[in-house]
Write a protein that binds this ligand. Structure first.
Ligand code: SAM
Length: 254
């Protein structure tokens, strides 16, 4: 595909296999096409590796953080479980929402919590709301430890952001889905990998080996879940699509 941004004429020209489509540069369709490309360029430039939340690096697209904030504020989970801690910024982000809402705590799992990251998270002002568990998210002892930390009838939301192979995410979905309460979500982050096969730092196998493929396969087997993006609670635009690294990853428990 070729995209030509013509700011002089106020047009976006999309060319696919010789066929041209001319769109108004300031239209909904142009915004969607430019956003899809912006996502890919930004991913290659490690745009998501440029943010912190309350002092800790958070490796996310800010758009995804705002969208999940909308979900957390609506669902008001007692427990937010996240696989993949890295520097702890996303755990701190979820903990800051819990603190502001006066409800909820956060459990993070990582195969390797580096000493400097552990120290910084343990020294953080929101640490009392965060439990760290070290080990592979799919290891039986880790899964049972996490389950032991959740009390019966607690509302639970799960974010899967550790290893992003289809096989690993599918194993995580199978391991943690039964903790997710009705109306809440388990989300497979970084399904965007499926669109990054033509990006310099991407890989061709990501076309099929990605978290969105795991979520789709899981949804087919688990009719108690529906694969759908959470509705936007506020929208005074004509836009409908998320600008996201987490496409086709949101599974809501019916
Ligand atoms: C993308 S980073 C997480 C980013 C973090 N959620 C944030 O928003 O800042 C992925 C993390 O997953 C961890 N990881 C990789 N394989 C894992 C596994 N099998 N189980 C648990 N964590 C794993 C890595 O050590 C790494 O810290």
């Amino acid at each position: 595909m070729k995209l030509i941004i013509d700011t002089a004429e106020g047009k976006l020209i999309q060319e696919i296999e010789g066929c041209q489509r001319i769109l108004g540069l300031y239209s909904k369709e142009a915004f969607e096409l430019i956003s899809q490309q912006w996502i890919k360029v930004g991913w290659n430039q490690k745009y998501a590796y440029t943010f912190t939340w309350m002092g800790r690096p958070v490796i996310q697209l800010p758009e995804d953080m705002v969208r999940i904030q909308e979900v957390i504020h609506r669902v008001k989970p007692d427990v937010i479980i996240e696989t993949g801690i890295a520097h702890g910024g996303s755990l701190v982000f979820y903990a800051s929402l819990c603190k502001a809402m006066g409800k909820g705590r956060v459990i993070g799992i990582d195969i390797e919590i580096r000493p400097h990251n552990r120290q910084a998270i343990e020294a953080h002002e929101l640490h009392s709301l965060i439990t760290l568990v070290e080990g592979s998210s799919t290891a039986a002892e880790v899964v049972s430890r996490i389950k032991s930390l959740v009390k019966p009838r607690e509302v639970v939301t799960v974010i899967l952001d550790s290893a992003h192979s289809k096989q690993h995410v599918l194993a995580e979905l199978e391991a943690y889905h039964d903790l997710v309460t009705s109306g809440s979500y388990i989300v497979a982050a970084d399904g965007i990998m499926g669109d990054l096969n033509d990006v310099p730092a991407g890989k061709s196998e990501w076309t099929w080996d990605n978290p969105a493929a795991a979520a789709a396969e899981f949804a087919q087997k688990h009719s108690e879940f529906v694969l759908e993006d959470p509705a936007w609670p506020f929208n005074e635009s004509e836009l409908t699509e998320n600008v996201t690294y987490w496409p086709k990853g949101w599974l809501r428990r019916k």
